[in-house]
Structures are given as structure tokens and as C-alpha cells.
Write a protein that binds this ligand. Structure first.
Ligand SMILES: [Mg+2]
Length: 252
């Protein structure tokens, strides 16, 4: 077995958020379910919403496209509306914005736990004085980090809000990773990046980061490698285990 690279040897480690630091997909699934169960009941739409609707119509799609696809599956059509529609409006955009309100409420009420393996790696980096940063496409990144109680762990948070303000193209373009490195004052050639999505791995690889780690939460190890990951793990606990084994009693 080839040993994993030592993450404490890099000048910084940049982490994607959803699927790398937190299991955010579960909160999105919950929010979609709550929102559509209510809407289907109010509008007497049948058959009722199920979790397979999430995978068939919502997962991986832009929010408004997902709303339109799911309603279409029930032969329901509403006007598209505008992105700044109020969440009470029964337009595709209004319903999509309603989901975001429910997402924030679920996050507030139930909180979210970071992956234990990622927390162990953050502790190891912290002890070694290696800064960690977040590079996420999400506009909810600050809320998610706060709900998980880990915002203070990251000096730099490059998220969808900052990217929009700075007019940065989204992943797979390398810009968000490159600007995050710049904000953290580190060189990509001495920095590691960790991603679970194909487009995210492509983004970090295009930025020529010294190490691109793929975390396989379902994308598949081969696909992550093809996208440019130097190493693929199923959970960051593998890095923590390797670190503990090499720094434990008797290690030279
Ligand atoms: Mg992700």
C-alpha cells in the first residue's frame, strides 16, 4: 500500500465544504422534502413527494431548474418568475427561494455535524500550524460553518457570495481556488486542495496545486482520478490514521 502524503508538509490546505467538511446534502434533502410536502398538500398534488424525487429531479441541478423539473413530473406548471421573487410567490423562482428559507431554518433548528475524519485532520493541521481555508460554491457556506461551530477554524472562506462579488467563474474554472490561495498568502505549488466533486477536482487541478485530494462520497475513485486527483480516499480519517501511525510511540 502506498502511504498517503503528509498534509502538514504543505503551506496550507484548502477544503471544499459540502461533502468534504460537512454532510450538507442531507440538510438540502430535508429542506426540499419539508417544502414540497407542504406545497403538495396545499395544492392537493399526487402522488406525494418521496426521496426518489430528490434524486430524479433535484440532486445536482440548479435550484430553479430542479423546481421546474419536479413540478413538471406532476403535470404542474407555474410561471418562472424572477430570481428576486419573494419566497411566498408561487413561481418557480419563488418556490426555489422558499426552499432556501427552509434550508436555513433546518440548519438553525437541527444544526450540522462536520465529518469526524475531517475534524481529526483539522486538529492535526492546527497542531502543526498549517492554515486551513474553505473554497465552496455555496452561498450558504458561512451559515453552514457557523451551524457546525467551526467557522473559527478557517482564516479564509471563499464561498459563492465572495465569488459573485469578485466576478469569479465557478468550478471547474481554477479561479476560486487560486484567489483563495492568494487571500491566504500561499503559493498553489506548495498548497493542498481537497474536493469530493468532479468539477471541484478539475478546478484544483487546473490551478496546479501541489496536491489534489479526491474524497469519494459517490463520484467514484476512477472519475476523481481522471478529473486530476493525485490521491483518492473515501474519508479524510485515512489521513488522520496515517498521521497517527507515523507519529505514535515507536515511530522514527
Ligand atoms: Mg463538495
Amino acid at each position: 500500500m502506498t502511504s498517503l502524503p503528509d498534509l502538514t508538509r504543505y503551506d496550507a490546505v484548502l477544503f471544499d465544504l459540502d461533502g468534504v467538511i460537512t454532510p450538507t446534502a442531507e440538510v438540502h434533502m430535508h429542506a426540499w422534502r419539508s417544502m414540497f410536502e407542504q406545497l403538495f398538500a396545499d395544492w392537493r398534488i399526487a402522488p406525494p413527494y418521496t426521496d426518489s424525487d430528490y434524486f430524479d429531479h433535484l440532486d445536482g441541478k440548479k435550484r430553479y431548474d430542479g423546481v421546474a423539473a419536479l413540478l413538471r413530473s406532476r403535470d404542474v406548471e407555474v410561471p418562472w418568475g424572477e430570481p428576486d421573487d419573494a419566497p411566498e410567490l408561487d413561481t418557480v423562482c419563488g418556490i426555489g427561494n422558499r426552499k432556501n428559507v427552509v434550508f436555513s431554518r433546518v440548519l438553525r433548528e437541527e444544526g450540522i455535524q462536520a465529518y469526524p475524519g475531517t475534524m481529526r485532520v483539522l486538529d492535526i493541521l492546527d497542531a502543526a500550524g498549517v492554515p486551513a481555508a474553505v473554497v465552496s460554491s455555496s452561498k450558504n457556506a458561512e451559515d453552514v460553518l457557523a451551524a457546525a461551530g467551526i467557522r473559527h477554524r478557517f482564516g479564509v472562506v471563499m464561498d459563492g457570495v465572495v465569488a459573485e462579488r469578485e466576478h469569479l467563474p465557478s468550478k471547474p474554472a481554477p479561479d476560486v481556488f487560486l484567489v483563495a490561495a492568494q487571500m491566504a498568502g500561499v503559493e498553489p505549488s506548495r498548497t493542498a486542495a481537497v474536493e469530493d466533486a468532479i468539477s471541484g477536482v478539475q478546478s484544483a487541478a487546473a490551478g496546479a496545486f501541489a496536491l489534489v485530494v479526491g474524497v469519494d462520497r459517490g463520484a467514484g475513485a476512477a472519475a476523481l482520478q481522471d478529473a486530476g486527483a493525485h490521491v483518492v480516499v473515501s474519508d479524510l480519517a485515512e489521513f488522520a490514521d496515517a498521521h497517527d501511525a507515523s507519529s505514535g510511540p515507536g515511530a522514527s
